[in-house]
Design a protein around this ligand. Sequence first.
Ligand code: IMP
Ligand code: MG
Length: 178
Amino acid sequence: MDRNIKTVLLSEEEIHNRVAELGKQITQRYVGEDIVCIGVLKGCFIFMADLVRCIDLPAAIDFMVISSYGNGTSSGDITVKKDLSRSIEGKHVLIVEDILDSGHTLTFLKQYLAARNPASIEVAVLLNKPSRRQYPVTAEYIGFEIENEFVVGYGLDYAELYRNLPYIGILAPEAYAS
Ligand code: IMP
Ligand code: MG
Protein backbone atom coordinates (compact mmCIF):
# COMPACT_ATOMS: atom_id res chain seq x y z
CA MET A 1 0.00 0.00 0.00
CA ASP A 2 1.21 3.53 -0.74
CA ARG A 3 2.66 5.10 2.39
CA ASN A 4 0.37 8.13 2.07
CA ILE A 5 -2.80 6.06 2.11
CA LYS A 6 -4.53 5.75 5.48
CA THR A 7 -7.26 3.30 4.49
CA VAL A 8 -8.22 1.30 1.44
CA LEU A 9 -11.90 2.12 1.00
CA LEU A 10 -12.58 0.02 -2.10
CA SER A 11 -10.28 -2.78 -3.20
CA GLU A 12 -9.32 -3.56 -6.75
CA GLU A 13 -11.57 -6.61 -6.68
CA GLU A 14 -14.61 -4.76 -5.31
CA ILE A 15 -14.23 -2.10 -7.99
CA HIS A 16 -13.77 -4.68 -10.73
CA ASN A 17 -16.92 -6.57 -9.74
CA ARG A 18 -19.06 -3.46 -9.43
CA VAL A 19 -17.88 -2.01 -12.75
CA ALA A 20 -18.83 -5.30 -14.45
CA GLU A 21 -22.34 -4.99 -12.94
CA LEU A 22 -22.68 -1.41 -14.16
CA GLY A 23 -21.58 -2.49 -17.63
CA LYS A 24 -24.30 -5.15 -17.71
CA GLN A 25 -26.95 -2.70 -16.53
CA ILE A 26 -25.93 -0.18 -19.20
CA THR A 27 -25.89 -2.87 -21.89
CA GLN A 28 -29.45 -3.90 -20.98
CA ARG A 29 -30.67 -0.31 -20.91
CA TYR A 30 -29.50 0.50 -24.43
CA VAL A 31 -30.01 -2.86 -26.14
CA GLY A 32 -30.40 -2.35 -29.89
CA GLU A 33 -29.04 1.22 -29.73
CA ASP A 34 -25.70 2.87 -30.40
CA ILE A 35 -24.25 5.03 -27.65
CA VAL A 36 -21.62 7.71 -27.28
CA CYS A 37 -19.63 7.46 -24.06
CA ILE A 38 -18.26 10.84 -23.02
CA GLY A 39 -15.50 10.74 -20.45
CA VAL A 40 -14.66 13.75 -18.33
CA LEU A 41 -10.87 13.92 -18.11
CA LYS A 42 -8.73 13.32 -16.27
CA GLY A 43 -10.53 11.59 -13.41
CA CYS A 44 -12.55 9.25 -15.64
CA PHE A 45 -9.67 7.63 -17.49
CA ILE A 46 -9.35 4.35 -15.61
CA PHE A 47 -13.04 3.89 -14.77
CA MET A 48 -14.00 4.64 -18.37
CA ALA A 49 -11.42 2.19 -19.77
CA ASP A 50 -12.74 -0.58 -17.53
CA LEU A 51 -16.42 0.29 -17.92
CA VAL A 52 -16.54 0.42 -21.72
CA ARG A 53 -14.98 -3.05 -21.89
CA CYS A 54 -17.99 -4.30 -19.91
CA ILE A 55 -20.51 -2.66 -22.25
CA ASP A 56 -21.58 -5.01 -25.03
CA LEU A 57 -22.93 -2.43 -27.53
CA PRO A 58 -21.59 -0.38 -30.42
CA ALA A 59 -20.07 2.46 -28.42
CA ALA A 60 -18.30 5.56 -29.69
CA ILE A 61 -15.84 7.10 -27.25
CA ASP A 62 -15.14 10.79 -26.78
CA PHE A 63 -13.63 12.96 -24.07
CA MET A 64 -14.01 16.42 -22.63
CA VAL A 65 -11.70 18.42 -20.43
CA ILE A 66 -13.41 20.77 -18.06
CA SER A 67 -11.88 23.06 -15.53
CA SER A 68 -13.38 24.92 -12.68
CA TYR A 69 -11.90 27.88 -10.93
CA GLY A 70 -12.34 28.23 -7.23
CA ASN A 71 -10.62 26.72 -4.25
CA GLY A 72 -9.99 23.01 -4.65
CA THR A 73 -13.50 21.75 -5.27
CA SER A 74 -15.56 22.91 -8.20
CA SER A 75 -17.23 25.90 -6.60
CA GLY A 76 -16.12 28.40 -9.22
CA ASP A 77 -16.97 28.97 -12.86
CA ILE A 78 -16.68 26.03 -15.19
CA THR A 79 -15.05 26.26 -18.59
CA VAL A 80 -14.62 23.72 -21.36
CA LYS A 81 -10.94 23.20 -22.13
CA LYS A 82 -11.49 20.45 -24.68
CA ASP A 83 -14.78 19.86 -26.41
CA LEU A 84 -16.17 16.79 -28.19
CA SER A 85 -14.65 15.75 -31.49
CA ARG A 86 -17.96 14.65 -33.08
CA SER A 87 -21.59 15.73 -33.14
CA ILE A 88 -23.95 14.07 -30.63
CA GLU A 89 -27.17 15.19 -32.30
CA GLY A 90 -29.73 12.38 -32.17
CA LYS A 91 -27.34 10.09 -30.26
CA HIS A 92 -27.72 8.40 -26.88
CA VAL A 93 -25.12 9.99 -24.63
CA LEU A 94 -23.59 8.38 -21.56
CA ILE A 95 -21.47 10.77 -19.50
CA VAL A 96 -18.77 8.97 -17.52
CA GLU A 97 -17.40 10.75 -14.44
CA ASP A 98 -15.18 9.67 -11.57
CA ILE A 99 -17.18 11.19 -8.73
CA LEU A 100 -20.36 13.14 -8.11
CA ASP A 101 -19.61 15.59 -5.33
CA SER A 102 -21.32 19.02 -5.22
CA GLY A 103 -22.94 18.23 -8.57
CA HIS A 104 -21.72 21.46 -10.14
CA THR A 105 -19.71 19.79 -12.93
CA LEU A 106 -22.51 17.43 -13.98
CA THR A 107 -25.17 20.10 -13.82
CA PHE A 108 -23.11 22.25 -16.16
CA LEU A 109 -22.25 19.37 -18.47
CA LYS A 110 -25.80 18.05 -18.82
CA GLN A 111 -27.04 21.51 -19.80
CA TYR A 112 -24.11 22.07 -22.12
CA LEU A 113 -24.67 18.78 -23.97
CA ALA A 114 -28.47 18.96 -23.97
CA ALA A 115 -28.18 22.09 -26.13
CA ARG A 116 -26.83 19.84 -28.92
CA ASN A 117 -30.03 17.79 -29.09
CA PRO A 118 -28.89 14.27 -28.27
CA ALA A 119 -31.58 11.54 -28.17
CA SER A 120 -30.92 11.10 -24.43
CA ILE A 121 -28.36 11.87 -21.74
CA GLU A 122 -27.56 9.56 -18.84
CA VAL A 123 -24.71 9.56 -16.37
CA ALA A 124 -22.42 6.89 -14.94
CA VAL A 125 -20.25 7.72 -11.94
CA LEU A 126 -17.97 5.44 -10.02
CA LEU A 127 -18.49 7.27 -6.73
CA ASN A 128 -21.25 9.37 -5.22
CA LYS A 129 -20.93 11.61 -2.14
CA PRO A 130 -24.59 12.52 -1.54
CA SER A 131 -23.81 14.48 1.62
CA ARG A 132 -21.85 17.03 -0.42
CA ARG A 133 -24.55 17.81 -2.97
CA GLN A 134 -25.30 21.47 -3.72
CA TYR A 135 -27.07 20.98 -7.06
CA PRO A 136 -30.09 18.70 -7.60
CA VAL A 137 -28.44 16.32 -10.03
CA THR A 138 -28.05 12.56 -9.91
CA ALA A 139 -26.61 9.70 -11.93
CA GLU A 140 -28.46 6.74 -13.43
CA TYR A 141 -25.52 4.40 -12.75
CA ILE A 142 -23.59 4.72 -9.49
CA GLY A 143 -20.74 2.43 -8.51
CA PHE A 144 -20.56 3.22 -4.80
CA GLU A 145 -22.03 5.70 -2.33
CA ILE A 146 -19.30 7.00 -0.03
CA GLU A 147 -19.04 9.19 3.05
CA ASN A 148 -17.76 12.74 2.98
CA GLU A 149 -14.08 11.91 2.77
CA PHE A 150 -11.50 12.90 0.18
CA VAL A 151 -10.49 9.84 -1.82
CA VAL A 152 -7.79 9.09 -4.38
CA GLY A 153 -6.80 6.31 -6.74
CA TYR A 154 -8.33 4.56 -9.75
CA GLY A 155 -8.13 7.84 -11.68
CA LEU A 156 -8.83 10.26 -8.83
CA ASP A 157 -6.06 12.58 -7.77
CA TYR A 158 -4.81 14.85 -5.08
CA ALA A 159 -2.53 17.50 -6.65
CA GLU A 160 -2.22 15.25 -9.75
CA LEU A 161 -0.83 12.32 -7.77
CA TYR A 162 -2.30 8.92 -6.84
CA ARG A 163 -4.35 8.48 -10.02
CA ASN A 164 -2.42 5.29 -10.78
CA LEU A 165 -3.33 3.47 -7.57
CA PRO A 166 -5.42 0.41 -8.52
CA TYR A 167 -7.77 0.90 -5.53
CA ILE A 168 -9.70 3.80 -3.94
CA GLY A 169 -8.08 5.01 -0.75
CA ILE A 170 -8.32 7.73 1.86
CA LEU A 171 -5.24 9.90 2.15
CA ALA A 172 -3.26 10.09 5.36
CA PRO A 173 -3.06 13.60 6.88
CA GLU A 174 0.71 13.72 6.16
CA ALA A 175 -0.05 13.59 2.46
CA TYR A 176 -1.50 17.10 2.63
CA ALA A 177 1.46 18.51 4.52
CA SER A 178 3.80 19.46 1.65
P1 IMP B 1 -18.48 18.39 -8.34
O1 IMP B 1 -18.51 19.33 -9.51
O2 IMP B 1 -18.38 19.12 -7.03
O3 IMP B 1 -19.53 17.34 -8.33
O4 IMP B 1 -17.05 17.71 -8.35
C1 IMP B 1 -16.64 16.83 -9.26
C2 IMP B 1 -15.13 16.84 -9.37
O5 IMP B 1 -14.42 17.19 -8.15
C3 IMP B 1 -14.72 15.43 -9.67
O6 IMP B 1 -14.78 15.18 -11.06
C4 IMP B 1 -13.34 15.34 -9.09
O7 IMP B 1 -12.38 15.72 -10.04
C5 IMP B 1 -13.32 16.33 -7.94
N1 IMP B 1 -13.48 15.62 -6.63
C6 IMP B 1 -14.54 15.68 -5.80
N2 IMP B 1 -14.36 14.90 -4.71
C7 IMP B 1 -13.15 14.32 -4.87
C8 IMP B 1 -12.40 13.38 -4.06
O8 IMP B 1 -12.79 12.89 -2.99
N3 IMP B 1 -11.19 13.00 -4.58
C9 IMP B 1 -10.70 13.47 -5.76
N4 IMP B 1 -11.37 14.34 -6.53
C10 IMP B 1 -12.59 14.77 -6.10
MG1 MG C 1 -9.84 16.11 -9.97
